[in-house]
Design a protein around this ligand. Structure first.
Ligand code: PEP
Ligand code: MG
Length: 637
C-alpha cells in the first residue's frame, strides 16, 4: 500500500493521491492484470462519462409509454437540478445564471423532446439510447462533422448539446459522471470497462493503450486488445478515482501496471522497456514461417482466433495455419437490426477466401453472457452467464440461426470451412443444430446456390456436462474445440470477468487438466480432431501442458502465435508428456504450476517476461519469473 509520496510507489488505495504541483497527481502505480502486452505512454482520456456507459437496449412495444414517462421525469429532474445549482450560486456574474437558464431551455426544447420520444416510440430504443441519438442528430445540424478551431460557434453549440445530453443521461442512469472533453491525437483510454464493440472501434480511433478497472485476461476486452495489439491493463481497480483526463500515464501491459503522472526517469525506463518488447516481438515475428515442431519432431498446429474479418490477414501474417475460432457474434453487436444473410455471406466468404486453402472455423453466434447484442432484444437476466445464451439462444431463434447457417453454407463454396457450435451442454442440442443445418442446406440447394459437398459440424467443449458426455458427443460431432475460458468459469464456478477471483481461475487446476485429458481421449477414441481455443493456449507454460495432454492443435489470438511457436520449438513433446503425467498426480493448481514453471520456465525466461534481457538474467530460479502474461498461481493477486 502506498502513501503516494514516492514516484515508484504502488497505489492500491481508494483515494486519489494528494495533488502535486500544478494540481497534477503525484506519481503512483496501479496494479492490474496484464491484458495485452506492450508499453504505451500517453495522455489519459477517462471514459467515466455517461455517454460511454449508457445501455443501447431495444424495448418491447408494451414498454414505450413507461419509457417516455421515464424520459419526461429525467427532463424535469435535470431542470430541477440546474435550478438548485443556480439557487446556490452567489449573486454573481449575471452570465452564469443566463447560461444556466439557457441550458434549462435547451433541456426542455420541444424539438429535442419530440425527437427523443420519436426514437422511443418508432425505433423502440430505450430512453438513454434515444437521448444520445437525438442529441447526436441535433449536434450534426450545427455544421460539419469535424469543425476546425475556427468554427468556434459550431464547437460551442456542440458543447452545449453534449452538456444537455450528459445531464439527461445522468438523470436516466443515476450516475454522477463528469463530461469528457474531446482530445485530439492519440490517447490512453481509461474506463471502468469496455464492451467488445468499444474495443473493436479502437482500431479506427487513435487509441494507443487502455486501462480498465474491471476485467481479467480472459474477459472479452482483453482478448480484443491482444488481437488488435493494443497494450492493455485490465482489472486496475480504482483507476477512475485516481486517473484524470489529461494525466500522463504509462500503461505497461507486460507487468500489468498503470503508472500515473510518472517522473521523467520512469518515462525513460518505460520507453526502454517498450522498445525492448517491440524488438523482442519483431524478432519472434520474423520466425513466423518456421514450422511449429517440437525438438523431437512432433508437429503442433497453431491457428488464430479472430473477431473481425480484417484480422484474418493479420493472423496469416503472424504465422497462423488457419482460423481455429471466428467469433461471429461481433457481426450482431452494436446495431439495431439483424445482419442479413447476404451481408453475412459476404463477410464469411471474404474471410474464407483470404485464408484459403487453410481452414476457417466459423463459430455460430455466441450471444448472451458478457456478449450483449441489442439486435436480439434479450430480456435482462439475473444470471446471464447461466441464461439464454449461445446455442440455447440459437435454438430459440431458429429464424436468426438459419439465416446464419445459410450464409455459412454458401461461404463454404469458397474455401475450407467448418462450422462450430458454442456452449453445447447436451447431445440433444447438437442433434437439433444438425437438423436445422440439414434444413438450411436444403434451402441453399433449392435456391441453386453453391456450397461445399460436406461441411464438418463440430462443437465447443465449454461446460462440464459436455466433458462428461464427451465420449457420446464424439460420435456425433465431427470435431471438438475446448473453450477453456468458459470451461474454467463453469467448472470452478468463477465468473470469468471477476478480477478479484481471477487468481483462482487457474488453467493449471487439476480438475481442468483432467477434463482436458478426458476430452482428448474421447476424441481420439472416436477418431475426431480436437483443438483448444481458450486463452490457456496462448500462455507458454500452459501450452506445453496441453501438448503433454495430447492436444496437437491450438488456437489463440494471432499476436501470441510467434511466442507459442517459439516455446514449442524449444521443448520436446516427450518432456511435456512426462512432466504433465507427474502434474496429473498433484492436487492443487499452485503445485501444478510450480512443477511446470520449475521445469520449463528457465528455458523460456524471455518468452515469459516478454523481454530480450535474458542474457542479464540467464536462469531465474523456478517460480520466480515475473511473467508478462499473468501468472495463474494462487498467490497472484
Ligand atoms: C472459450 O470460452 O474458451 C472461448 C474460446 O470462447 P469465448 O471466449 O468466445 O467465450
Ligand atoms: Mg466460450
Amino acid at each position: 500500500m502506498s502513501d503516494g509520496s514516492s514516484p515508484s510507489s504502488t497505489a492500491t488505495g481508494r483515494t486519489r493521491p494528494p495533488p502535486g504541483e500544478g494540481g497534477v497527481a503525484r506519481s503512483c502505480v496501479l496494479k492490474g492484470i496484464a491484458g495485452s502486452p506492450g508499453v504505451a505512454i500517453g495522455t489519459a482520456l477517462v471514459l467515466g462519462d455517461t455517454k460511454a456507459a449508457y445501455a443501447r437496449r431495444h424495448i418491447p412495444p408494451s414498454q414505450v409509454a413507461a419509457e417516455v414517462e421515464r424520459f419526461r421525469t429525467a427532463v424535469s429532474d435535470a431542470k430541477q437540478r440546474i435550478r438548485d445549482v443556480s439557487a446556490r450560486l452567489p449573486a454573481g456574474p449575471l452570465e452564469t445564471n443566463a447560461i444556466l437558464d439557457a441550458y434549462m431551455t435547451m433541456i426542455g426544447d420541444p424539438m429535442l423532446i419530440e425527437r427523443v420520444e420519436l426514437q422511443i416510440d418508432a425505433e423502440k430504443k430505450c430512453a438513454e439510447w434515444a437521448v444520445a441519438q437525438a442529441c447526436d442528430d441535433i449536434g450534426r445540424m450545427f455544421g460539419p462533422a469535424e469543425p476546425t478551431d475556427r468554427d468556434a460557434y459550431i464547437l460551442e453549440r456542440r458543447h452545449d448539446i453534449e452538456f444537455v445530453c450528459d445531464r439527461l443521461l445522468r438523470e436516466l442512469t443515476g450516475e454522477p459522471h463528469p463530461i469528457i472533453p474531446r482530445l485530439d491525437g492519440p490517447v490512453v483510454v481509461v474506463a471502468r470497462d469496455l464492451s467488445p464493440a468499444d474495443t473493436a472501434s479502437m482500431v479506427r480511433e487513435p487509441v494507443m493503450a487502455f486501462a480498465t478497472e474491471i476485467g481479467t485476461r480472459t474477459s472479452h476486452t482483453a482478448i480484443m486488445a491482444r488481437a488488435l495489439e493494443i497494450p492493455a491493463v485490465v482489472g486496475a481497480g480504482d483507476a477512475l478515482s485516481i486517473i484524470r483526463t489529461g494525466d500522463t500515464v504509462i500503461v505497461d501491459g507486460l507487468r500489468g501496471e498503470v503508472t500515473v503522472a510518472p517522473s521523467e526517469a520512469l518515462v525513460e525506463e518505460a520507453l526502454g522497456r517498450g522498445a525492448r518488447h517491440l524488438a523482442f516481438a519483431r524478432g519472434l515475428l520474423s520466425a513466423r514461417n518456421e514450422p511449429c515442431v517440437t525438438r523431437d519432431g512432433e508437429p503442433v498446429s497453431l491457428m488464430a482466433n479472430v473477431e473481425l474479418p480484417a484480422e484474418a490477414i493479420f493472423a496469416l501474417d503472424h504465422g497462423a495455419e488457419g482460423i481455429g475460432l471466428y467469433r461471429t457474434e461481433f457481426i450482431y453487436i452494436d446495431r439495431a437490426t439483424m445482419p442479413s444473410e447476404d451481408e453475412q455471406f459476404a463477410l464469411y466468404r471474404a474471410v474464407v477466401e483470404a485464408v484459403a486453402p487453410r481452414t476457417v472455423t466459423l463459430r455460430t453466434f455466441d450471444i448472451g453472457g458478457d456478449k450483449f447484442a441489442s439486435s436480439f432484444q434479450l430480456p435482462s437476466e439475473m444470471n446471464p452467464a447461466l441464461g439464454l445464451r449461445a446455442v440455447r439462444l440459437a435454438l430459440s431463434r431458429p429464424d436468426v440461426f438459419m439465416t446464419q447457417l445459410r450464409a455459412m453454407l454458401r461461404a463454404s463454396a469458397y474455401g475450407d470451412l467448418r462450422i462450430m457450435v458454442p456452449m453445447v451442454a447436451s447431445v440433444q442440442e447438437l442433434r437439433d443444430v444438425r437438423q436445422l443445418m440439414a434444413q438450411a442446406t436444403k434451402d441453399v440447394d433449392k435456391a441453386g446456390q453453391r456450397r461445399a459437398k460436406h461441411i464438418p459440424l463440430g462443437i465447443m467443449i465449454e461446460v462440464p456436462s459436455a466433458v462428461i458426455m464427451a465420449d457420446v458427443l464424439a460420435r456425433e460431432a465431427e470435431f471438438f474445440s475446448i473453450g477453456t475460458n468458459d470451461l474454467i468459469q463453469y467448472t470452478l464456478a468463477i465468473d470469468r470477468g471477476n478480477r478479484s477471483l481471477a487468481p483462482l481461475a487457474s488453467p493449471f487446476h487439476p480438475a481442468i487438466l483432467r477434463m482436458i485429458r478426458q476430452v482428448v481421449r474421447a476424441a481420439a477414441a472416436n477418431g475426431i480432431p480436437v483443438s483448444l481455443c481458450g486463452a490457456m493456449a496462448s500462455d507458454p507454460l500452459a501450452a506445453l501442458v496441453l501438448v503433454g495432454l495430447g492436444v496437437r492443435q491450438l488456437s489463440m489470438e494471432a499476436a501470441a502465435i510467434p511466442e507459442i511457436k517459439e516455446a514449442l520449438r524449444r521443448v520436446t513433446a516427450t518432456d511435456c508428456e512426462r512432466v504433465t503425467e507427474t502434474a496429473l498426480t498433484l492436487d492443487t493448481a499452485a503445485s501444478v504450476e510450480e512443477l511446470i514453471a520449475g521445469h520449463f520456465a528457465p528455458g523460456l525466461y524471455d518468452l515469459l517476461t516478454g523481454s530480450t534481457e535474458q542474457s542479464s538474467l540467464p536462469h531465474a530460479p523456478a517460480g520466480t519469473v515475473e511473467r508478462a502474461s499473468p501468472s495463474y498461481s494462487a498467490s497472484d493477486s
